[in-house]
Design a protein around this ligand. Structure first.
Ligand SMILES: Cc1cc2nc3c(=O)[nH]c(=O)nc-3n(C[C@H](O)[C@H](O)[C@H](O)COP(=O)(O)O)c2cc1C
Length: 172
């Protein structure tokens, strides 16, 4: 698929088939994630791959009972690594590592679509609960849960705000 078609085809999918995903596919998706840019190329993002059903259920509970998280065969938790972005001080901790993680997440979402898989970016969760479930050290902040699987549904396009409302010419 052309990149432009992948961007257009991406949807948030919240129902998955119970079909296994090969480990090397997940590895490649993460590889595409880490090809995203990062401030000073510090790559302050880490990835926790969760397949264990009990752990996925705990993650779904921590994500305010979004049960579909547990239904995906694999959940990748994308984390910001606050230690790796320390050279940039407060701006590194409070801005760059979040942007760097978000850039990786979007690359991953596109790679997922390209491989015929589906996902939903899940950001609504109790951070302390997720950190506890996955034994994360203090300097690791979970940014997103990415439940990945083969789609069970055909999801419609979520409409977008008219571009004329969003684009400002020359000044605000
Ligand atoms: C930062 C962020 C957090 C999100 N958190 C959730 C979430 O917790 N649960 C959920 O079902 N969708 C979540 N979404 C998905 C959005 O609801 C979805 O992207 C939006 O409705 C547009 O639909 P589309 O992705 O199909 O284009 C999140 C998306 C982003 C970017």
């Amino acid at each position: 698929m052309e990149l432009i078609d992948v961007i257009k085809a991406r949807r948030s999918v919240r129902r998955f088939r119970q079909k296994k995903i090969e480990d090397n596919m997940i590895r490649e998706i993460i590889e595409f994630g880490n090809l995203a840019p990062s401030a000073g190329n510090l790559q302050p993002r880490d990835f926790v791959v969760v397949k264990e059903p009990d752990t996925k259920k705990k993650l779904a509970r921590a994500a305010l009972d979004q049960d579909f998280v547990a239904e995906a065969p694999v959940v990748v938790v994308v984390c910001a690594n606050l230690r790796r972005c320390a050279p940039y001080g407060t701006r590194g901790r409070e801005l760059y590592c979040i942007q760097d993680s978000a850039a990786a997440i979007e690359n991953m979402l596109l790679a997922i679509v390209d491989k015929g898989l589906a996902c939903c970016w899940v950001g609504a969760f109790d951070e302390n609960a997720v950190s506890g479930i996955l034994d994360m050290p203090q300097h690791i902040r979970p940014m997103a849960l990415l439940p990945i699987g083969y789609s069970e549904v055909k999801t419609g396009f979520a409409s977008r705000i008219d571009l004329d409302e969003l684009i400002h010419h020359e000044r605000w």
